[in-house]
Each structure stands twice: as C-alpha cells, then as structure tokens.
Design a protein around this ligand. Sequence first.
Ligand SMILES: *[C@@H]1O[C@H](CO)[C@@H](O)[C@H](O)[C@H]1NC(C)=O
Ligand SMILES: *[C@@H]1O[C@H](CO)[C@@H](O)[C@H](O)[C@H]1NC(C)=O
Ligand SMILES: *[C@@H]1O[C@H](CO)[C@@H](O)[C@H](O)[C@H]1NC(C)=O
Ligand SMILES: *[C@@H]1O[C@H](CO)[C@@H](O)[C@H](O)[C@H]1NC(C)=O
Length: 332
Amino acid sequence: MKVLSDLFSLFIATTLAADVRTVYEFPKPTWLENIDTMRNGSLLVTSIGVAEVHMITPSPHKNATSSLVASFPNANAVLGITELTENVFAVAAGNMTPTNSPITGSFAIWSIDLTCKDSSAAKVHKIADIPKVDMVNGLEALNPHTLLLADSWAGNIVKLDTKTGATEVTLSHPTLLANFSVSALPLGVNGLKVHDGYVYYSNTVQHLLGRVRINPSSARAIGPFTTLATGAANNISVPDDFAVAKDGSVYLCGPLATPDGDTLQHVGLDGKVVTVAQGGVVAGTTAARFGKARGDKGVVYLSTMGGFAADGSRLAGGRVVSVTLDGAGKEL
Ligand SMILES: *[C@@H]1O[C@H](CO)[C@@H](O)[C@H](O)[C@H]1NC(C)=O
Ligand SMILES: *[C@@H]1O[C@H](CO)[C@@H](O)[C@H](O)[C@H]1NC(C)=O
Ligand SMILES: *[C@@H]1O[C@H](CO)[C@@H](O)[C@H](O)[C@H]1NC(C)=O
Ligand SMILES: *[C@@H]1O[C@H](CO)[C@@H](O)[C@H](O)[C@H]1NC(C)=O
C-alpha cells in the first residue's frame, strides 16, 4: 500500500503539468492587472496605465476577439474585479504613479452590469468613492451587497456595504501589512478570495499566502490567521493574485522573475508548492480565475503584464492565457 500511495503522489505531482496557451495578446506596453470569467465563456480583464476593462471572447476555431467594455474618469488604473451578482461585476479604479504606488484615497468602486445581450450595452455606474482606503487592490464579493477590499498600502482588509457606501476595516493582522523599508514593491495584502468560509490572501512584500476563517456577515476573523506557504523555503517569491480550487488549494501568480517568479504555482493546504508553468507566455502573470462556463471549469485563466526584461522594459504586451489543468487541480 505504501508503494501504491507513493506512486499515486508521483502521479498527482506530474499531472499538474498543464496545457498553457495564449488566448489573446494586447500590444506593448499593456499591463493587464486582473481577470474574472463570465458564465457564458467570455473573460473580463482590467488594466493599469489606462483605466479600462476589456472583454475577451475565446473561440475554439477562430482567434479570440476583444472589445472595450468600460473606461473610468479621473483614474489611470483598474485593479481588482469580482462578480457581485450574476453578470454584474464590481471593479476598483484609481490613480497610480508610474512605479505602481497608489495616489492614496483616489479609489472608487464601480459596477459593470453585463446582464445585456451585448457588452456594448453595458451599464456602468459608481458604487462609491473610497477615500478612506489607500489602495484597493484585490476585490472580492462576500455576498450581493458586500465587497471585501484588500488595501495593499494600509495593509488590511476592508468591508464595503454597496448600498450605503460605508467602509469598515474588518481584518487586521501582521501578515497583511505592507513594509515600507522595502522601496521596490512595499505592497502588503494583494490578492483576496473568499472560499468555503475562509478569506485567502497573498502578501507581496512578505512573500506569503495565508487564510483566515471569517464570520460570513461581519467579515471578522473567527479563527487564526494561518500562513499556508511563505518565503524561499516554500518557493514563494513576490505573489500577486490567485485562484482557489474547489479543494481549497491555490493557483498563485508570481509576476516578477528570479528565482521563483514568472510562475503559476500550485500551493496545497499542506504548504507543498509545485510549479505549474513558468516563463514564456506566463511571464508577468498578475491574476488567475477558474472558468465558470460549461466546459471550462478545469481551466485557469491568467492575466499578465507581459513580463519584464533585464533592463526593466516589457517583454511583451499583456496576455490572457488559458491553463487547462490535467489531473489534480481539475475542477470538473
Ligand atoms: C490569428 O492571429 C494570428 C496572429 O495575429 C494571425 O497570424 C492569424 O492569421 C489569425 N487567424 C485568424 C483565423 O484570424
Ligand atoms: C457574454 O455576454 C456578454 C455581455 O452580454 C456578451 O457581450 C458576450 O458576447 C457574451 N459571450 C459569449 C461567448 O456569448
Ligand atoms: C521589512 O523589510 C526589512 C528589509 O527587508 C526587513 O528587515 C524587516 O524584517 C521587514 N519587516 C517586516 C515586519 O516584515
Ligand atoms: C521547492 O522547489 C524545489 C525544487 O523544485 C522542490 O524540491 C521543493 O519540494 C519545493 N518546496 C516546497 C515546500 O514545495
């Protein structure tokens, strides 16, 4: 039995290999920052540099198509995106400096209503200005009228009531904090997802992935903040956003090169980290979401910023990439 289970582990590890393809590539220097999937198979991506949301529609036989769905005034970046109710998405728009520091307090949350036949008829409206939050990065719906916001600058997680616009810091912990002794990328809590009663979070500057069980209405912690994987010992570099699989394990994006960057990693609840894809089309990967359409629930879709060359220039324009999982991570 021992041998059998060892063989089975080996099988799981090797079948994490996946089919990785570019679905759509934008011109340089498009920085795609986040992605969500639609139930009809189209994909929505946000961008930094211009405050826009684009829809990509993949096709098995033709090239994917792209269209501009929304652009936002008084902002130069759209970061997090989440589905609030069926086909209604919320996004965080605000202003960033050229080195990706926030103009603190410039963020607002908007909704994009795509309950129409065609995205050209999308209804876009502001849910609320969020002057008390320094930088809204990860964004996740807790329920149809509550959003959770990852403030990468203040280093905490904020609850937003979409009806009143009221905000409240509900999660504070050392593992959420930014670190301003690190000048390059001081960002604390970055990605944020709710799964099975837990808030999962990545912290970029602290090189970690963690989770905490929350009360589903107060969004306050009802258990310990647990670090799943951290630092060089777990091969975690500078994590950005991520997708959570049904079993609670995570597909984590690491956009920066060396030594463990430009990767999509699978992180088990036991802290075991396996590289699913590295370099090439996943260079500069910023965020991940499982497909929600019939037939693409075993596919993780990634956004990328194209990757950095050694001299700091972009290797490519931002890409939408599909990673078809074949084995352990499969959702079907
Ligand atoms: C798809 O895109 C590629 C690269 O831009 C191009 O060479 C090819 O002709 C396109 N195919 C179709 C069917 O449009
Ligand atoms: C999905 O819905 C959007 C919004 O209505 C529409 O523009 C898009 O074409 C649809 N995608 C597919 C694959 O039907
Ligand atoms: C912040 O970063 C500095 C420099 O890397 C490091 O020495 C310090 O331990 C960090 N502080 C925290 C709280 O992580
Ligand atoms: C880190 O990566 C190395 C080399 O791929 C691997 O042997 C090791 O098991 C990984 N560590 C963890 C905790 O997954």
